[in-house]
Design a protein around this ligand. Structure first.
Ligand code: ADP
Length: 319
């Protein structure tokens, strides 16, 4: 292959820029031309495509967001949309495509591969909800953003003896909530993968209050439901002063952590290697700190799961 393309799609994640940089530089290192497609699959359909060089990706490794922009594109879910995309790729002479995004974006990459157009998926999402990789690009940064926010909220919670419900992102996955809860010593962690026992949450709160605890922090993953509704339920059951914070989009932004930059660099470069080896329809990932690749269809058929040991530990430590 002598000419490849790269795009970012779906929700943005810190570290996507580092992945784009790795793809571009790795291509140039191997004497392969590389084209950037702006606005995800929307830009692909529209032919919003530009050649990139070493300088195009200078000074971006430390930036959040994505310099190629991202978009959601309903049209690409249709066969007609996918064929339009392939037409554009052919027009530009692009022989293989690297898609940085979440599982929705991987579905698009798979559709192109099935139509004879080689694609590789690079997992970029703060949610850490893609099977086949221990971590996705952006998860570590989002986690650290959450921890910083909770540490601040904790100061206020202590000063006012309040119970705080903190709603974090993650779509249908509980990883951000679980890791944040462990990292911040939360009283309870509510995640969609586990049925929460409301009575147990109340018991923990009351027990803490009775032994003179100045504050309580409950972390709720957005996939469980509304933090505000949960806060009302807690208040009604305990009469404790309760406050709710929905962290929202601050979790998606910011300069990527060192871990995310390194992960993104390794995964982006690996995706180029796979295409140059003639592979297609694969996703790259990291498992036990080793780079791996898997068939996209096989991975999308699996459902995401949380680390049971970590969940159990979170319970044991928040007695
Ligand atoms: P993420 O990649 O973060 O999971 P989305 O689920 O919104 O985000 O998917 C991003 C884009 O990927 C969609 O807007 C669409 O263009 C494309 N996409 C999603 N699902 C499919 C599908 N089944 N077939 C083709 N393209 C898809």
């Amino acid at each position: 292959m002598k000419r490849l393309g790269v795009l970012t799609s779906g929700g943005d994640a810190p570290g996507m820029n580092a992945a784009i940089r790795a793809v571009v530089r790795k291509c140039i290192y191997h004497d392969v031309e590389i084209y950037g497609i702006k606005n995800g699959y929307q830009g692909l359909i529209e032919g919003n495509i530009e050649k990139m060089d070493v300088g195009s990706v200078g000074d971006i490794i430390q930036r959040g967001g994505t310099m190629l922009y991202s978009a959601r594109c309903e049209e690409f879910k249709t066969e007609a949309g996918q064929l339009k995309g392939i037409e554009q790729l052919k027009k530009f002479g692009i022989e293989g495509l690297i898609v940085i995004g979440g599982d929705g974006s991987f579905q698009g990459a798979q559709k192109l591969t099935e139509k004879g157009y080689p694609c590789i998926g690079v997992p970029g999402t703060i949610d850490n909800d893609i099977p086949g990789t221990d971590f996705t690009i952006g998860f570590d940064t989002a986690l650290n953003t959450i921890i910083e926010a909770i540490d601040k909220i904790r100061d206020t919670a202590t000063s006012h003896e309040r119970t705080y419900i903190i709603e974090v992102m993650g779509r249908n996955a509980g990883d951000l909530a679980l890791w944040a809860g462990l990292a911040d010593g939360a009283e309870s962690i509510l995640i969609p993968e586990k049925q929460d026992d409301f009575n147990e949450v109340i018991t923990r709160l009351k027990r803490g209050h009775e032994r003179g605890k100045k504050h309580s922090i409950i972390i709720l993953a957005e996939g469980v439901g509304s933090g505000f509704e949960y806060g009302d339920r807690i208040h009604e059951a305990t009469n404790l002063e309760t406050r709710v914070t929905v962290l929202g989009h601050i979790q998606r932004g910011g300069s990527p952590t060192a871990n995310d930059r390194v992960l993104a660099s390794r995964l982006g470069a690996k995706a180029v290697d796979l295409l140059l080896e003639g592979k297609a329809g694969r996703m790259v990932g990291i498992q036990k700190n080793k780079l791996v690749d898997h068939d996209i269809i096989e991975m999308l058929a699996l459902s995401h799961s949380i680390d049971e040991d970590m969940y159990q530990l979170s319970k044991e430590l928040s007695i």
